[in-house]
Design a protein around this ligand. Structure first.
Ligand SMILES: [Zn+2]
Length: 378
């Protein structure tokens, strides 16, 4: 990815293009094309767009924001859709297609706006069902057939219902479950830094503590990067790694930083944007459990759980959570993070949250009540 970056004060033809995209989305009202300045109005529109799309709100158009801006312009029927191995199609039209197929009872996996193999299979199945050539490509006849049929699935999102059912069937026993732990930084990539230590050292150590506890309960664990590994995978590569392991859950570990030393607390993130039908209900549940267990067992400020469309969350097929465990730039949080006992408490909170994902509601305990020896290990 190039270091694409446009912000307040920039000028040029690229800005004119960004303005026209924002106008198309109704976020800016340029009546005549041509303005080439990234002004206050553009800044506001970009922030608004980032907010509603689950991106980090910066007001800067970076590569990710640019890509999502571009994906947002597609309406179902605007272009042919099919599975392209090398460069899968992505956009709002793919979200519309996945939602439609899902309502009609076809399994597209999660509604993520990326035309992958599973979406292609669902399209072929749909085409066979309505008696049109099953080539997996959505063209005019497929769009027409999609528009004609009334939804057969009502009362809940089929993709989420399927995911909950799979979870229920997995049972509460931990042995045999597969969890991927993602230390967000390591090697040459040190992440955020604070007074005397950095994000990579915290998340690598925390990953080891979580891994040790999970392994002791019989959970199969994988790390997206081994201790001491130099390579720094991208968010999508980390998600792809987790997908390859067929993991049930993915937890990505980070520590935050801020210019304002007052900023403090723990937040968790799951896959979700503003478009209806895209939030991962299981991800939201898992993030809520991690959030509540960590808050109940520590004195970190509760910055709550939020839906985001970051690549790791978007591309992971399993319930995925990213935790931002405190701020290295906050004196109180940094002191906690430096304390091995604190890290143990957090590791325990994460393991308990993982167990609670699988507990039927009749057996679920109050937040903060379960201990490691309560886990269903056999
Ligand atoms: Zn980080």
């Amino acid at each position: 990815m190039t270091s694409l970056r446009y912000q307040l004060g920039d000028t040029g033809p690229a800005i004119a293009e960004i303005r026209s995209k924002l106008t198309q989305l109704g976020l800016l009202d340029d009546t005549a094309p041509g303005p080439e300045t990234f002004d206050e109005d553009v800044d506001r529109a970009v922030r608004h767009f980032q907010q509603e799309r689950g991106l980090t709100v910066t007001g800067t158009v970076d590569a990710t924001t640019y890509r999502v801006l571009d994906e947002a312009r597609w309406r179902l029927g605007d272009r042919l859709l099919s599975y392209v191995v090398t460069n899968p199609q992505a956009g709002d039209d793919v979200i519309a297609l996945q939602r439609r197929l899902s309502e009609l009872g076809f399994d597209v996996g999660r509604v993520d706006g990326v035309f992958g193999t599973r979406t292609g299979d669902a399209v072929r199945q749909f085409q066979r069902n309505v008696g049109i050539p099953a080539d997996g490509t959505c063209g005019p006849s497929t769009f027409k057939a999609l528009g004609r049929l009334a939804p057969i699935v009502t009362g809940g999102r089929p993709d989420n219902l399927r995911a909950s059912e799979a979870l229920r069937q997995a049972g509460k026993r931990l042995p045999g479950k597969v969890v991927v732990i993602d230390p967000g930084h390591g090697g040459a990539d040190r992440g955020n830094s604070g007074d005397g230590f950095d994000e990579a050292s915290v998340v690598e150590d925390l990953a080891a503590r979580i891994e040790g506890r999970l392994t002791a309960t019989g959970v199969q664990t994988y790390l997206t990067r081994g201790p001491g590994a130099e390579a720094s995978p991208t968010e999508s590569e980390r998600a792809a790694f987790a997908n390859d392991t067929d993991a049930n859950l993915l937890i990505s570990l980070h520590v935050d930083a801020h210019d304002n030393p007052e900023a403090s607390g723990v937040a968790t993130y799951y896959y979700g944007g503003h478009q209806p039908g895209t939030t991962s209900a299981i991800g939201e549940q898992f993030a809520g459990l991690v959030q509540r267990e960590v808050v109940a067992r520590t004195d970190l400020v509760d910055c709550r759980s939020h839906g985001k469309t970051w690549d790791l969350l978007r591309h992971a097929r399993m319930a995925a959570v990213r935790i931002e465990l405190g701020y290295l730039t906050n004196e109180g949080d940094a002191a906690r993070l430096a304390d091995p006992d604190f890290r143990d408490v957090v590791a325990e909170a994460v393991v308990i949250a993982i167990q609670r994902v699988y507990l039927p509601s009749s057996e679920d305990a109050a937040t903060g009540a379960l201990r490691i020896h309560d886990l269903a290990t056999h």
